[in-house]
Design a protein around this ligand. Structure first.
Ligand SMILES: Nc1ncnc2c1ncn2[C@@H]1O[C@H](COP(=O)(O)OP(=O)(O)OP(=O)(O)O)[C@@H](O)[C@H]1O
Length: 630
């Protein structure tokens, strides 16, 4: 017998199970049954497709074996089973990518944490919520040796060789004294009906049945009443997605979600669709009410299971649905795919591609419906998954318009969010330009950006995009229907002849001043220009979009390497109507002008959401100016 230590994260999860989770302990059964169902799914597929497993005796079933005297509950499956290596890898560690983030996000507050745990999906370790000791006896299909894994949940587990008839896994729980309700058959049956009624495999249990006394015609007892034990199937085992929509209740949909998504939360919504025609398939997609922990990790876990005619194929194929819909949980089942489909075949399979395309369209149209009919629900969805959905703007060109219509936008002129369909109603019908500003600062700050002053003055509304992903995605989105999307810094707003003339005159008048400032700032700015379109701000900066260095920096950013690239020097715009600029132009104090030029440039950078390179220099100059003013 060898003793091993649990991986640190596994130990932390175990600790949580034992010490923090007091409510809803019953979910341990859902988790163990769902693991058993997964193990049966895996062997079912191999049995049908792999010669090595074709000859094994496969009778897929799950058995519950409660024992009141021993205070134990055993869950038995005839699935794939585990060998020694599997036991070490699966029941001692946690491979889930979000585990670390999950553990870090725990606050120590019972209530909040139990909600997080619900989202996380607790898995096998939930057994320790009700049992002081857990014994796993298992034999992998097609192998000779069987193993026993035992742990008291105290940081260590033992593995030893043992004997077992047939392949599969038996999990024996030595229940805590106050958890003996889980040896009661009626309690177990009601839990199975609640959580595991519609998994694709049958669950059996011995049930005591009272046979009433038999009497003859005169009412004399000929046989006394007795109890008989019968082994009965206690779930429907009818793969929920294959049942007609009209026959499934909301409760059943919700319970099934909890089983397949390993979640204790209710889903936000679901979409059940049966397609008949050239290709037959069924999809059942759920949208969770909370984003999974690993949603923004590259190694996120896919939530879609692929079945072929109710035979499980894979739940580890990220290409089943596009990545920007990776929040979906559920099932795709089709009769029209070959059972021995490999990952490579799957990716180039025309049937799969059609199912995927049609499913994406369906999901997007269901989301559009939700947006119109249940705005509050949509808000919840958007809060959790809006930024994920946006990724579709650059990786699903065919559906770009539909995705744009699902986004919610803040705008310059309104406190309320709006949609692009609504927004274009206010767009100039001749120019057909949708203006937007992107930036990483807060919404309020971005709305106060000097670049927007000319739009305010002309009462033109602007989309205000202040999420980090917006700065990467929107430069790539150039059109919506017949409208162009134009960054405010590229917008050429109509200037009247008078305005143009005035600008020329001002430029001339300020020529000496702008040259002086440029000399003082040197390489820090590309040029200095007069900008009468600024209203409240004294200065602003803008990028020179024609500069190859600028284009290069943008390209690097789009490739995710923005951190390493230095932005080229900006153009400094000065507002000739601003009191400060007027006074500065007339000042004879060269030192003051130099300090002010640097401070104003830094100020404009701060407004633009940039960090100052030399804060000390900024403070020194600012203090010199204040001292002079005092
Ligand atoms: N009854 C079983 N038969 C075969 N393998 C099992 C069984 N139960 C668990 N395992 C293996 O142990 C692994 C870990 O199980 P666990 O329930 O902790 O996580 P999971 O099922 O991968 O994730 P989660 O349940 O949180 O979605 C499983 O992925 C599986 O490989």
């Amino acid at each position: 017998m060898a003793t091993h230590k649990f991986q640190t994260e596994a130990n932390q999860i175990l600790h949580l199970m034992i010490h923090s989770l007091y409510s809803n302990k019953e979910i341990f059964l859902r988790e163990l049954i769902s693991n058993a169902s997964d193990a049966l799914d895996k062997l079912n597929m191999l049995h049908l497709t792999d010669d090595k497993y074709k000859t094994i005796n496969f009778n897929p079933r799950i058995d519950l074996l409660p024992n009141k005297d021993e205070k134990t509950l055993t869950i038995i499956d005839s699935g794939i089973g585990m060998n020694e290596e599997d036991l070490m890898n699966n029941l001692g560690t946690i491979a889930k990518s979000g585990t670390k983030a999950f553990l870090e996000s725990l606050s120590g507050d019972q209530k909040e944490d139990s909600q997080l745990i619900g989202q996380f999906g607790v898995g096998f370790y939930a057994a320790f919520m009700v049992a002081g000791k857990v014994e796993v006896t298992t034999k992998k299909a097609g192998e000779e040796k069987a193993y026993k894994w035992v742990s008291n949940g105290d940081g260590e587990f033992d593995i030893e060789e043992t004997t077992k008839e047939g392949h599969g896994t038996e999990i024996k729980l030595f229940l805590n004294d106050d958890e003996t309700e889980f040896t009661e058959t009626f309690r177990l049956e009601s839990l199975i009906k609640k959580y595991s009624n519609h998994i694709p495999f049958a669950i059996f249990m011995d049930k005591e049945e009272t046979i009433p006394a038999k009497t003859d015609d005169e009412g004399n007892e000929t046989e006394p009443a007795k109890t008989e034990v019968k082994n009965e199937q206690i779930n429907k085992a009818n793969a929920l997605w294959s049942i007609a929509k009209s026959e499934v209740s909301d409760e059943e949909y919700k319970d099934f979600y909890q089983t397949i998504a390993h979640s204790s939360e209710e889903p936000l919504t679901w979409m059940h669709n049966k397609a008949e025609g050239a290709i037959e398939y069924t999809t059942l997609f759920y949208i969770p009410s909370k984003a999974p922990m690993d949603i923004f990790r590259v190694d996120y876990q896919s939530g879609i299971k692929l079945y072929i005619n109710r035979v499980f194929i894979t739940d580890d194929e990220k290409e089943l649905m596009p990545t920007y819909l990776r929040f979906l949980r559920g099932v795709i089942d089709s009769k029209d795919l070959p059972l021995n489909v490999s990952r490579e075949i799957l990716q180039s399979n025309a049937v799969m591609a059609k199912i995927k395309n049609a499913s994406v369209k369906k999901v997007l149209s269901e989301l559009a419906k939700m947006m119109k009919k249940s705005p509050e629900k949509y808000d919840t969805f958007y809060k959790e998954f809006g930024n994920v959905l946006k990724e579709g703007l650059y990786n699903d060109f065919a559906n770009r318009e539909k995705i744009l219509e699902l986004l919610k936008f803040n705008t310059l002129n309104s406190e309320e969010q709006t949609t692009i369909e609504e927004f274009v109603k206010s767009v100039d019908e001749e120019k057909k330009e949708i203006y937007y500003i992107t930036g990483k600062s807060s919404l309020d700050m971005l709305k106060k950006s000097p670049v927007l002053e000319k739009f305010k003055a002309k009462n033109i509304d602007v989309l205000v995009l202040n999420e980090e992903v917006d700065t990467i995605i929107f430069p790539m989105v150039t059109e919506y229907k017949e409208y162009k999307l134009v960054n405010v810094t590229d917008a050429k707003l109509e200037e009247s002849e008078e305005e143009q003339k005035a600008k020329e005159e001002l430029s001339k008048e300020f020529e000496g001043f702008t040259t002086e400032i440029k000399d003082m700032l040197g390489e820090e700015v590309k040029s200095v220009e007069v900008a009468p379109e600024l209203v409240e701000s004294a200065v602003a900066i803008k990028a020179d979009k024609e500069d190859p260095a600028y284009m290069m920096a943008q390209m690097m950013k789009q490739m995710g390497q923005g951190g390493d690239v230095e932005e080229p020097a900006p153009i400094l715009q000065v507002n000739p109507n601003h009191e400060l600029i007027k006074k500065l132009k007339d000042s004879a104090d060269q030192n003051l002008i130099a300090d002010a030029a640097h401070v104003l440039l830094d100020q404009a950078k701060l407004f633009d959401g940039q960090e100052l390179k030399d804060t000390a220099d900024f403070v020194t100059r600012l203090n010199r100016i204040i001292t002079k003013a005092l």
